[in-house]
Design a protein around this ligand. Structure first.
Ligand code: G3H
Ligand code: 13P
Ligand code: NA
Ligand code: ZN
Length: 308
């Protein structure tokens, strides 16, 4: 059953987080909805522009619609991830989304405000929830100076003004994570001092963490043992940092990379161990099962089990 993100975030603030998972394929939609029902956990189904490009936006919306019939107890909302103005407008009129992200974080502050505000006005007419982003989410290299590092992170002194001006419903922040399998080039992880300051300035306001994958070491090793060549320094967000971030108001944690690693591990091992086979159905079933098991664990880590 689709629900409003506002309700989900009101309930979880400071206590647990909602997993927001990017789906690209039928197997992933099955795995996610199956896990949501199994764990009795609410979740966000995220659709990126790349996914809409790959599977077609109509196909993705239809798959989610079908999944809600196959898994009637699943409690979820559909979210556009990293939309530009055009994607956001399209998602608003399609009727298939309860929530959208307008990502103008690469623009200067005033332009980010302008673009975000335009989308918020339009989305709110349709009661659609809007996530915006302030700060540049990218890997911060070790050899940058402190000033250079802070130029990339979200500046806490800007967050109140940004939210007041745009009237966005949640805020994605850059506090040290980045997308992909190589999040941290050194030892630094989430910058909790920045996160704490953001929470102090935006009490009770839902904060979104992009780049939330754990990049499990064992998975990376299994991929490499089955012929992959992922780099040694693949690192993600450790479980204890997730738990801490939730206390600071992180309500939504985005996951894509972990499910890609899982896909790669399942299929590499499958075809290594079953060299005569050439049928997508058999490894596909294995991936759905592994995906569901993986998400059940993720819901547990985020504290969302039995919160649907
Ligand atoms: O559109 C961007 C995707 O959400 C990024 O996901 O960092 O796991 O590739 P990724
Ligand atoms: P990961 O790369 O950590 O999975 O992050 C995904 C994300 O933020 C999608 O918006
Ligand atoms: Na998003
Ligand atoms: Zn993201």
């Amino acid at each position: 059953m689709p629900v409003l993100p506002k309700e989900l975030f009101k309930k979880c603030y400071g206590r647990y987080a909602i997993a927001a998972v990017n789906v690209f394929t039928m197997e992933q939609v099955h795995g996610l909805f199956h896990a949501g029902e199994t764990a009795n956990a609410p979740f966000l189904v995220q659709i990126t522009p790349a996914a809409r490009d790959y599977a077609h936006s109509i196909m993705l919306e239809a798959m989610v619609h079908a999944a809600s019939k196959i898994y009637p107890k699943a409690v979820y909302a559909v979210h556009l991830d990293h939309g530009n103005e055009e994607h956001a407008k399209d998602a608003i009129t399609s009727g298939g989304y309860q929530s959208i992200m307008i990502d103008a974080s690469h623009e200067a502050f005033e332009d980010n405000v302008k673009i975000t505000k335009r989308i918020v006005e339009r989305a709110h007419e349709h009661e659609i929830f809007v996530e915006a982003e302030l700060g540049v989410l990218s890997g911060v290299e070790d050899d940058l100076s402190i000033d250079e590092k802070h130029a990339k992170y979200t500046n806490p002194s800007e967050v109140e003004r940004f939210v007041q001006l745009t009237k966005c419903d949640s805020l994605a922040v850059a506090v040290g994570t980045s997308h992909g399998a190589y999040k941290f080039s050194g030892v630094q992880g989430i910058q909790f001092d920045i996160l704490e300051e953001i929470q102090r300035r935006l009490p009770e306001f839902p904060i979104v963490l992009h780049g939330g994958s754990a990049v499990n070491e064992e998975e990376v090793q299994r991929i490499n043992r089955a012929g992959g060549q992922l780099l040694k320094n693949a690192t993600g967000v450790p479980p204890q940092e997730i738990a801490r971030a939730i206390k600071y108001g992180v309500c939504k944690i985005n996951i894509a990379t972990d499910t890609r690693l899982l896909w790669t591990r399942v299929h590499r091992e499958f075809f290594r161990d079953h060299t005569p086979l050439f049928d997508p159905v058999i490894p596909g079933k294995e991936y759905i099962r592994a995906y569901s098991d993986f998400m059940v664990q993720k819901f547990e880590l985020f504290g969302a089990t039995n919160k649907a």
